[in-house]
Write a protein that binds this ligand. Structure first.
Ligand code: GLA
Length: 735
């Protein structure tokens, strides 16, 4: 068992291959955290307890048995509100007496193999019970009758521990959950750098680093979506860390709506992390007998730097979060018509693109926005999911059949959560969008948001979507979401439950996604939200790939993809070659560089193939061949970030570089891009993660290098480079 309980110490020890996590029960049932870090053999770690009694007017607990224990200074396993711990709390329950003072104590526990599902929520899972062990630890609040179950799952082959919390009302009166974080973690020190992925539309997930300071720091979303702005992922890297060495703790929330990740450094220089649903504008009424389950946080410990943390997330999310046949099945190379035609297409235009695609070896045509209702711009028709036969003459089936007969698969775009004011659906059901009576309805991209907390709304959308998906051989859906939530209220909820709307919305979306995948189990789903505005672990449970960004400029993508790989696997990062000059930035770049950069993710094209010249067509054929040749290496190999395109000071050569290494370390693919060239600059790059003993042959030149040489001296890339020029090396171990 990866989880053990020491009866005499009353302590729990959770072990992954290289990490240990230890906490204990105090004499009167408080849960005291003792350690999380590199593996240690001992389970008796009581001496590590923070025993400062009075840091700053700290109160101590009433019972003499606790010998003056102060909840304000001890490391607390799951801190609650109002009973002596003045730091940020994870749980606050308001009872029928109107008080939010909360106090939970240990009641019982259960340890078992495997991992439970989280009711109605996406979560990591096991493929077989021996992949994980679970601890369910039950605490009780005697006054409110709340039963609080802390759920920990320890993965036995990866350094990952998941956490979530389930609250049940065991009393005969309702109570309100005011905040419920999925996890809390106390460290006795604060010598960490906080990393997170910040952004905006067309510039998602840019890595930000800041050393911890006293007080509160962190990130949040109040947008009803995980958002372009802040991704639900943070890491704490202990001072002295590098990309490939030192201690790093990752925290990733498997959730796609309002979240908070908060880090507090207190007066003793100790650090607390909490992460979960954003308490702002949140509340949940629990009637007697009802339960509430929080989303899951996945904690990863790495002693191999930031890169080690990322590789653990990549493996876990690829094999224990993404589901269905597409998690391992080879993904088709896509041609998406959005940047090629925008709304201006008909069946002949799409067929012409498909014909060229087939000749070039591309495997699927995705018809993007504009095929339904009377939509020829973004000003109407969302919610009217029936084919515009004026545009697609002959109907959808005829087009799909023609595309299939070329040997291409067919995919389609939907934006299921939205409704245009100018739509038949809105005219029939003006109360189906999120709104608050008496308040204006804010508009975003000329659309409102459907109230997905309502079963009748979901039923309608499901029926419309399934009619389309059953009408032709459609094998892929791009599920888009192009605005954030405002006036978050539901016409069906009573006043005391209005603050539940945003979470109920998200549960409704998850339910609809599940329903769609159950009805169409072979569907490949691609997530999207104005690019990567909902690129999170929650969505990855349903869609194994997500459109990374609406910015398809190769230079911009370097930074976006760099940040994305901190937590998410390359197989999740949808990346397409688009036209030059780029439509978002106006920047020109070579077809080769665009291909080399897109090849780092789930590869495809996003341009009008009929406009390519002969040279570009040959390059597409080469890229298609490379995609097949390197597919396993890129999608299943270990990913190493070599040069951070964001860091100017640490990156004087203005380059970007990354590497994929096969599990047996026999094959390496290195990509190097010069973002901005300079005169008289030396360029060397040291490879990482190879076998020092093996001899690697550069496929292009036949030159042989030992792994030791490549890792210690590296390759000499000094020479003349153009702005935006890229080069790829394939190195294979000689037999
Ligand atoms: C979003 C997506 C794009 C495209 C458009 C269509 O912006 O990110 O890829 O699908 O919507 O309106």
């Amino acid at each position: 068992m990866a989880i053990t309980y020491n009866d005499s110490e009353r302590s729990f020890k959770l072990d992954t291959p290289k990490s240990s996590y230890v906490f204990k029960i105090s004499p009167t049932g408080y849960l005291l955290h003792l350690y999380y870090g590199a593996y240690v053999p001992e389970s008796d770690l009581d001496y590590l307890r923070m025993r400062l009694i009075n840091a700053s007017f700290s109160a101590s607990v009433a019972s003499p048995e606790e010998k003056g224990l102060s909840l304000d200074t001890a490391a607390i396993e799951y801190p609650v509100n109002g009973s002596g711990d003045f730091r940020v709390s994870a749980l606050s329950i308001r009872g029928d007496n109107g008080s939010s003072v909360t106090d939970i104590r240990y009641a019982s526990h259960r340890i078992y193999s495997g991992k439970p599902r989280l009711e109605g929520l996406p979560a990591t899972y096991t493929n077989s019970d021996d992949e994980a062990d679970t601890l369910e630890l039950t605490c009780r609040d005697a006054l409110t009758g709340a039963e609080v179950v802390l759920v920990y799952t320890v993965f036995t082959k990866l350094d990952a521990i998941t956490r979530s919390v389930r609250v049940t009302n065991c009393s005969d009166k309702p109570f309100d959950i005011e905040r419920i974080h999925s996890m809390a973690l106390d460290f006795t020190e604060s010598d960490f750098t906080l990393m997170h992925l910040q952004g905006r539309w067309a510039k998602e997930r840019t890595l930000v680093k800041r050393h911890l300071q006293f007080g509160l720091q962190g990130i949040q979303s109040k947008r009803g979506s995980s958002s372009h702005n802040n991704n639900p992922f943070i890491a704490l890297a202990r001072d002295g860390y590098t990309e490939e060495s030192g201690e790093v703790y990752g925290f990733s929330l498997v959730y796609s709506s309002n979240f908070e990740a908060c880090v507090e450094v207190d007066c003793m220089r100790s650090t607390r992390v909490v992460m979960g649903i954003n308490p702002v504008d949140f509340g949940w009424r629990l009637e007697p007998g009802e339960s509430f389950t929080s989303p899951e946080v996945v904690m990863v410990f790495s002693a191999e730097g930031v890169g080690g943390m990322s590789r653990t997330y990549h493996k876990l999310y690829r094999y224990n979060l993404c589901r269905g046949e597409w998690k391992t099945k080879k993904r088709p190379i896509i041609i998406n018509n959005w940047e090629g035609t925008y709304f201006n297409f008909d069946e002949e235009k799409l067929y012409a693109i498909a014909k060229d695609a087939a000749e070039l070896g591309i495997e699927m045509l995705v018809m993007d926005d504009g095929w339904f209702g009377v939509r020829n711009s973004d000003n109407c028709s969302l919610g009217d999911w029936y084919v515009n036969e004026n545009k697609l003459k002959g109907g959808l089936k005829s087009l799909v059949d023609r595309v299939n007969s070329l040997g291409l698969k067919f995919g389609i775009w939907f934006e299921p959560e939205m409704i245009s004011p100018d739509s038949d659906l809105y005219r029939a059901h003006p109360d189906w969008c999120l709104h608050v009576d008496g308040r204006d309805r804010s508009i975003g991209r000329r659309q409102y948001v459907l109230d997905m907390s309502r079963a009748d709304v979901r039923d309608n959308i499901f029926e419309q979507m399934s009619a389309i998906l059953s009408s032709a051989n459609i094998e892929y859906v791009k599920w888009d979401f192009n605005r954030n939530l405002t006036e978050v209220g539901s016409a069906l909820l009573p006043p005391e439950r209005q603050r539940e709307t945003a979470h109920r919305y998200m549960l409704g979306v998850y339910e609809l996604l599940e329903r769609l995948l159950t009805a169409f189990p072979h569907l490949l789903l691609e997530g999207c939200s104005g690019g990567g505005g909902r690129f999170d672990a929650g969505m990855l449970y349903y869609s194994p790939q997500i459109w990374t960004s609406d910015d398809t400029d190769a230079m911009e993508r370097l930074e976006i993809q760099y940040g994305t790989t901190l937590c998410y696997p390359p197989s999740a990062m949808s990346a397409h070659v688009s036209a030059s000059p780029n439509h978002q930035t106006g920047r020109e770049s070579s077809f080769k560089t665009r291909g080399d950069v897109a090849m780092a993710g789930a590869f495809g094209y996003e341009l009008d193939l009929t406009k390519l010249n002969d040279e570009e067509r040959e390059l597409v054929k080469k890229q298609v061949a490379d995609y097949h040749k390197y597919y396993d290496l890129i999608q299943n190999g270990d990913y190493y970030r070599l040069i951070n395109p964001t860091e100017d000071k640490a990156n004087p050569t203005c380059a970007a570089a990354w590497e994929s290494v096969s599990a047996d370390k026999n094959e390496v693919l290195l990509t190097y891009v010069v973002m901005r060239t300079q005169v008289s600059v030396s360029r060397y790059i040291r490879l990482v993660g190879l076998d020092p003993e093996k001899i690697y042959v550069d496929e292009a030149t036949g030159r042989r290098y030992s792994g030791a040489l490549l890792m210690n001296a590296g390759l000499n890339l000094t020479g003349s480079w153009h702005d935006g020029e890229s080069k790829v090396w394939h190195l294979v171990v000689s037999c």
